[in-house]
Design a protein around this ligand. Structure first.
Ligand SMILES: Cc1cc2nc3c(=O)[nH]c(=O)nc-3n(C[C@H](O)[C@H](O)[C@H](O)COP(=O)(O)OP(=O)(O)OC[C@H]3O[C@@H](n4cnc5c(N)ncnc54)[C@H](O)[C@@H]3O)c2cc1C
Ligand SMILES: *[C@@H]1O[C@H](CO)[C@@H](O)[C@H](O)[C@H]1NC(C)=O
Length: 533
């Protein structure tokens, strides 16, 4: 019987794992190397080894209603996209509300996690930690690894011939904190991910000129979508997800292109992705197109070569007098405290069942939480992971045989390459709702809009056409929360509240769209039933 669970790390993944352990009646102990909670989201002026490091201005790219935990909405007056300090505040409120701090041993680093000699029967682990120079060994029934994957910089210097001659300054994006010291400089940012775009935009306000070099291009989206709602509330609905899964590829590609180019033409701005079908690397940035239009940032292709002061690009063009190169080239990950026979990282890849469990252990008592990059918010994702894992630990859910798990891992990987491409940066990428539903199905908490159609049509419509928020996974099954339905219906209020800082008279609306949606859902149901026959 699993009772004592070790949680490694007190970032978001660690905190939610703690909460899920408590919810399931397990006894967790969390080891956190630093002196505080929050992991990546606790900004520090310094760049510390073994810890994620963010720039001062980081704002979430997933909205508050799509990023909160399933039984605890963010405070009504919190903005929809949160500055890192505000998100940390939410995590502090969560930790206090669920009384999680008492389980955490701070400034305690995990050195090793090893199977006990009787592992085949007990499933137990021996964990060695160090605190204040003192080592200690403790036995646990199960382990949740929540150590994060934005810690080790990926710095592909070998792809930049001549870098050793370069006279200017160069560093990985994790070293970047704010604009001071970059005034009047000519700066080259390598990469076109979220961090690269943020840093290029921010520096362009002070620098003489910023260049952004990209091999493959990217779709760039605004945080602001239809009617000014957060992008993810419009993008991540079950209806939209169903369309993306069932439409023929060519139609989907065409639709994606139309959607992405609504704001500005990616072709004209030199950003168009090489493979336009792939869903990868949607960059969320409200300012990049405007910076490009103003000429403060310029897009360049891949760097072919560097000299003392010049960058030579693939297309033969050159930019001279470069002072600074920022490598926003992403991260790699490793688990220095785990044996290779437990979790093996090879070519930046791991083989984990449903991105969580090593398939080859005799007992499923070790899980990796948060080793994933969903197209939506990671917070509800790690929450469902932790809910499932704690129930597997308790034998309330069981895993299939090793061969079935291996086959699933291979299939998942093929599907990922098909959807997101082979690039190294896409190795942890997953679909959003599909993955959430997959976990929810295992736990028994997946909501079914169709079965609700007669009983609670209003809710059914919301579930299918509304944003797929985490509350949806608290409506039925284990861990049900009586506030879930109401949280779904009061969502709009919490979205608008922080914007209503100047009161205006409300106007009335006729619920025509509601009627249309009911009819639409019925049509889909009928279509589905006909197909079954
Ligand atoms: C710039 C940036 C912006 C992002 N924005 C978003 C966003 O808007 N929305 C979103 O959904 N996701 C976003 N992400 C993804 C991000 O991965 C998650 O938001 C999340 O913070 C990951 O949390 P974590 O707990 O898994 O890891 P971390 O936050 O890195 O926490 C890991 C913790 O484990 C501790 N630790 C590590 N090793 C040990 C050890 N051996 N012993 C003891 N303790 C240890 C560390 O000290 C740390 O506290 C962003 C990522 C980056 C880099
Ligand atoms: C948000 O930004 C982080 C950091 O670049 C990235 O890992 C994550 O995938 C982004 N999320 C979405 C939904 O685009």
């Amino acid at each position: 019987m699993v009772k004592k669970v070790a949680v490694i790390g007190a970032g978001v993944s660690g905190l939610i794992s703690l909460k899920c352990c408590v919810d399931e009646g397990l006894e967790p102990t969390c080891f956190e190397g630093t002196e505080d909670i929050g992991g990546l989201w606790r900004f520090k002026e310094t760049v510390d080894d073994g810890r994620a490091s963010i720039y001062q201005s980081v704002i979430t790219n997933t909205s508050k209603e799509m990023s909160c935990f399933s039984d605890f909405p963010m405070p009504e007056d919190f903005p929809n996209f949160l500055h890192n300090s505000k998100l940390l505040e939410y995590f502090r409120i969560v930790a206090k509300k669920f009384d999680l701090l008492k389980y955490i041993q701070f400034q305690t680093t995990v050195l090793s996690v090893q199977r006990r000699p009787d592992f085949a029967s007990s499933g137990q682990w021996e964990i060695v930690t160090v605190s204040n120079g003192k080592e200690r060994s403790t036995v646990f029934d199960a382990v949740m690894v929540c150590s994060g994957h934005h810690i080790l910089p990926h710095l592909p210097l070998q792809s930049f011939p001549g870098i050793e001659k370069f006279k200017g300054q160069y560093f990985h994006s994790r070293q970047y904190k704010q604009t001071e010291g970059f005034e009047g400089k000519r700066i080259l940012v390598i990469g076109l991910g979220n961090s690269a775009s943020d840093i290029a935009v921010e520096l362009s306000k002070k620098a003489a000129q910023v260049f952004i070099s990209t091999r493959h291009g990217s779709w760039v989206k605004s945080r602001i979508s239809d009617d000014g709602y957060p992008w993810d509330m419009i993008f991540h609905t079950r209806f939209a997800s169903m369309l993306r899964n069932t439409l023929p590829r060519t139609v989907l590609k065409w639709m994606t292109e139309q959607q992405m180019n609504q704001w500005f033409s990616h072709e004209n701005y030199g950003l168009e992705p090489q493979n336009k079908y792939l869903m990868k690397e949607v960059v969320l940035n409200d300012d990049l197109p405007s910076r490009l239009l103003c000429g403060l940032v310029k897009v360049k292709p891949r760097v072919k070569e560097l000299t003392e002061t010049t960058a030579v690009f693939e297309d033969g063009t050159m930019e001279e007098d470069i002072d600074v190169i920022v490598f926003a080239t992403g991260y790699t990950f490793s688990f220095p405290f785990l044996e290779e026979t437990v979790v093996k990282v090879e070519n930046n890849m791991v083989s984990l069942y449903k991105c969580i469990f090593p398939p080859q252990l005799q007992k499923s008592t070790l899980a990796c939480i948060g080793l994933i990059q969903p197209l939506g918010s990671i917070f509800p994702t790690v929450e469902l992971q932790a809910r499932w894992v704690t129930r597997v630990f308790k034998d309330l859910c069981t895993l299939p045989s090793e061969s079935i798990m291996m086959a699933d891992i291979i299939k998942r990987n093929e599907k990922r390459i098909d959807l997101f491409g082979k690039s190294n940066s896409q190795i942890l990428q997953t679909n959003y709702i599909d993955y959430l539903d997959e976990l929810a199905l295992e736990i028994g908490v997946k909501p079914d809009p169709f079965s609700l159609l007669l009983k609670d049509p209003k809710l059914a419509i919301k579930l299918y056409f509304g944003p797929c928020n985490s509350y949806q996974y608290r409506l039925v099954g284990p861990g049900q929360w009586e506030g879930a339905r109401s949280a779904i219906f009061t969502q709009n209020q919490r979205i608008l509240k922080p914007l209503k800082t100047r009161s205006l008279k409300a106007s009335s609306t006729f619920p025509l769209s509601f009627l249309l949606k009911i009819l639409g859902l019925l049509a889909i149901l009928v279509g589905f039933l006909l197909q079954l026959q």
